[in-house]
Design a protein around this ligand. Structure first.
Ligand code: ADP
Ligand code: ZN
Ligand code: ZN
Length: 802
């Protein structure tokens, strides 16, 4: 008797194990690991993943699997193993880790249908089932006598496809196809029989007599210069037929990308790619760190390494930060590998994402370019994983499972015996430290491929501006340079480093700041709606006319939002045409791309935006980059704030003068002597690395120490602090003498949604059983968590100290 081990979709620690179920006869031949099933669980029917089979079970009274959701596995054996590893590394539930690898569509609802994918005759019983329809509800198959095994075979050959429906049928796109309904000689006869006036019909028939095949109606109408009416008339005469066909949505039109060919590599590039090619050849795992300034040709190295992988008939994953998934980046990969590339990013609709994912599963593509979660692409013959801008914190997921894509990539690289390439102009300290120790192989690209120097950076001390009576947020030097640029018809990128700043409402008389009543954080002012909003709990209220504390009417908003900068910019330089790019103007799908292409077409002089404009953009005509507030990030309660400032300044400077025209950078700051600003202005990564490492050592931070962050929250302040205290004490008892346990400390945002938050930070160098200890401590609190609404979250690699 076959028994399946199933991980059930009940996200609770008490169910974080496999459950055994009998495999009924009808599923016996087809059920494999990695498929999702429906199983009885208590009084409910729920979804689960089959992860293993066994012939014996220590449980008695096993129940049967009720249904099978997938006829081809959605998770490969490697991904199942990876899921186990992720769950263990991040201390998350197995089900959460497995779900994280699948597109959203598969997580929501389970309704499915069968779709006919071929016009060829199918086996008789299947034809009978479809009864002339193109798709049928899956239930019809279930109540038929056709075996799952037989259906599975047809799915494997591609004759039938299975589709998951999310409420409506949004998961797929159908097009109308037209084809001859009769043999060609019969069409020829029909042409003779047509009346003289039916010229259009005749023309269309003649086309098909020549063309014979099916054609998409839309294309046909254009090609033959005919109408749907004509098609319809011939359909009614039984000469043509139309039918619906599913097409996988491809959000990009592959014909739009001009094909490129490999460039002759520079000496530096050749030296960097050679050891990578050797590992590809030898099917070996290794991690390479390419440290190369912007424009030094890292992407060209990625492209050529991928080509070598494709030549071996293997597959490639390229991770880029969400924000740099710009058309420019996509173009580089589509331009080289055409329709072999799937693109995964959050701007795609759920259906589009699902289609891209299926293109991978069906082996229709060999390269995926995507944001963080693309690291789980279900390739089975992986030959390389590339992480561009590897220092970006967006590679860390801030939700369960709290994984870092770099760690997942390296784990997959090991399992697949393939190289992992990390690339950056400003590597993360952790990565550079590993490369310095020889754990990663380091290559350095020190020159831009066009031999152009990096643009000059001028630091402006804003305190002097204030003393000189300049109260605007634009220094005199920056204003001058903007004016000169405008005269020459060149373009400007202005970045407002928004993090750390927000627009809040403050009373100028008593200093009262309007805070969210549920979270200890200032409400953010939204000008368009004249509302105050909380960014943590979505609480909103209208702006008060007078101060609620002292009734003064001098209550104003403070801080610098991009909107406000735009206003003062147009006041200062009325003739400048400005495009503003921030979360507000890019919310709608496609608006990001649209604004960028407007700027590229020269429809504006100045691109003003937040961090999102620092990355990946490449505009020929940009000669001036201005950073309005370089130090706004420096004072955040985050030990990485210097590193982030250095990275951001380096990155945004790289936007200027990338082509023929030389570039300039102006950095405005109130702390011009800070080492991260000073060293970034000279592009001195090595010196920054040395300095920052000594700080990290002194304060016991990564990469010298590992961190783990436990956050406890509860509605009752005392309960929250006491539980955190208890956790800290239990930890202290368990860990070694060199490990530091800090806390309880209030979190940087001490209350969110009426829940008080405390944290406990663990700093350690060698604590091989830490995960076990934490799990044990969590189980001590299991009852409190279940019954008393205590929330304990653990982050084994915290990036957000908030
Ligand atoms: P990075 O990824 O390091 O910023 P890119 O790969 O984008 O660098 O290269 C910067 C520019 O130099 C691009 O326009 C690219 O086409 C060009 N380039 C890259 N490698 C070469 C090469 N070997 N010869 C000539 N041009 C190159
Ligand atoms: Zn007041
Ligand atoms: Zn709130």
């Amino acid at each position: 008797m076959k028994i399946a081990k199933v991980i059930v979709d009940v996200p609770a620690s008490s169910t974080n194990q496999t459950f055994d179920y009998f495999v009924p006869e009808k599923f016996m031949d087809m059920l494999t690991v990695g498929m999702r099933v429906i199983v009885p669980f208590g009084p409910r029917k729920i979804m689960g993943f089959v992860v293993d089979f066994t012939s014996e079970s220590s449980f008695n009274k096993l129940k049967d699997i009720i249904d099978v959701l997938d006829l081809t596995p959605v998770l490969t054996a490697e991904l199942l193993e990876l899921g186990k590893w992720v769950a263990n590394e991040t201390l998350s539930l197995s089900i959460t880790a497995l779900q994280a690898m699948l597109p959203q569509v598969l997580k929501s609802q389970y309704k499915k249908e069968l779709v006919r994918m071929t016009d060829e005759e199918l086996p008789e019983d299947i034809e009978h089932l479809f009864a002339g329809r193109d798709y049928i509800p899956f239930e019809e198959f279930e109540s038929s006598s056709i075996s799952y095994y037989q259906l599975q075979k047809l799915i494997e050959t591609g004759d039938i496809s299975i589709d998951y429906l999310v409420k409506s049928r949004i998961t797929k796109k159908q097009v109308t196809m037209v084809k001859p309904a009769k043999d060609i000689f019969l069409l020829e006869e029909a042409v003779e029989d047509l009346s003289k006036s039916a010229k259009k019909q005749k023309q269309l028939l003649l086309f098909f007599i020549e063309y014979v095949h099916e054609m998409e109606q839309q294309v046909l109408l254009k090609k033959v210069q005919t109408t749907t009416g004509t098609v319809k008339a011939l359909v009614e005469k039984g000469l043509l037929e139309t039918y619906q066909k599913e097409v996988l949505r491809n959000p990009y039109n592959d014909d739009d990308f001009a094909r490129t060919t490999p460039l002759e590599l520079t000496t530096e590039q050749r030296e960097a790619i050679q050891p990578i090619n050797e590992t590809i050849e030898a099917n070996k795992h290794d991690v390479f760190l390419i440290h190369g300034v912007t424009g030094s040709g890292k992407t060209e190295i990625y492209l050529q390494a991928i080509q070598n992988v494709l030549n071996k008939d293997k597959e490639a994953i390229v991770l880029v930060p969400e924000i740099s998934l710009t058309p420019q980046m996509v173009k580089r990969f589509k331009g080289r590998f055409g329709s072999n590339v799937a693109v995964m990013h959050s701007a795609l609709s759920a259906g589009e994402k699902y289609d891209e994912w299926r293109r991978i599963l069906r082996k229709e593509v060999k390269v995926v370019v995507g944001a963080r979660s693309a690291v789980f692409a279900p390739f089975e013959n992986l030959g390389i994983i590339i992480i561009d801008e590897e220092h970006e914190t967006t590679y860390k997921q801030e939700d369960q499972p709290r994984y870092h894509a770099r760690d997942v990539a390296i784990h997959r690289g090991e399992s697949n015996h393939c190289p992992v390439i990390l690339g950056s102009a400003t590597p993360a300290l952790e990565s550079y430290a590993r490369a310095s120790k020889g754990v990663y192989k380091l290559s350095t690209l020190s020159e831009r491929t066009n031999k152009k120097a990096m643009p000059e950076v001028e630091i402006i001390d804003m305190r002097n501006e204030l003393h000189a009576g300049n109260r605007t947020m634009f220094s005199r030097a920056l204003k001058d340079k903007i004016d000169k640029c405008l005269e020459k018809g060149e373009q400007i990128v202005l970045m407002l480093n928004r993090r750390g700043y927000s627009t809040f409402v403050m009373c100028r008389d008593c200093g009262h700041v309007k805070e969210c009543p549920h979270c200890d954080i200032a409400l953010t002012f939204h000008k368009n709606s004249n509302q105050l909003k909380c960014h943590y709990c979505s609480y909103e209220e209208s702006v008060p006319e007078v101060c609620p504390e002292c009734e003064s009417d001098l209550i104003r908003y403070f801080g610098t939002g991009t909107q406000k900068v735009e206003e003062s910019l147009t006041k200062l330089i009325p003739e400048a045409r400005v495009i503003r790019m921030d979360v507000d103007t890019t919310r709608r799908k496609g608006s990001h791309e649209k604004l960028l292409s407007q700027f590229a077409e020269g429809k504006a002089d100045i691109l003003l935006g937040t961090q999102m404009i620092a990355k990946g953009l490449d505009f020929e005509n940009v000669t001036l980059v201005g950073v309005l507030t370089a130090d706004s990030m420096l004072h955040l309660p985050d030990f990485r704030s210097s590193e982030k400032t250095f990275q951001l300044l380096t990155q945004v400077s790289g936007r200027a003068g990338r082509h023929e025209l030389p570039g300039e950078v102006v950095v405005q700051t109130y702390t011009p002597d800070h080492y991260s600003i000073e060293l970034a202005s000279h592009y001195n990564f090595n010196e920054f690395y040395k300095h920052e490492m000594s700080m990290r050592k002194a304060f016991q931070y990564p990469p010298y120490f590992y961190l783990a962050l436990i956050t406890v929250s509860h509605e009752n302040n005392v309960k929250a602090i006491q539980s955190t205290q208890q956790i800290a004490q239990l930890l202290l008892k368990a860990v070694g003498g060199n490990t530091v346990v800090l806390g309880p400390t209030p979190s940087a945002i001490p209350r969110i949604k009426d829940r008080y938050r405390y944290q406990c930070m663990i700093k350690y160098r060698d604590e091989p059983h830490l995960r076990k200890y934490i799990n044990k401590i969590k189980s001590v609190f299991a009852d409190e968590v279940r019954k008393n609404d205590l929330l304990i979250t653990v982050d084994m690699q915290p990036y957000h100290m908030m």
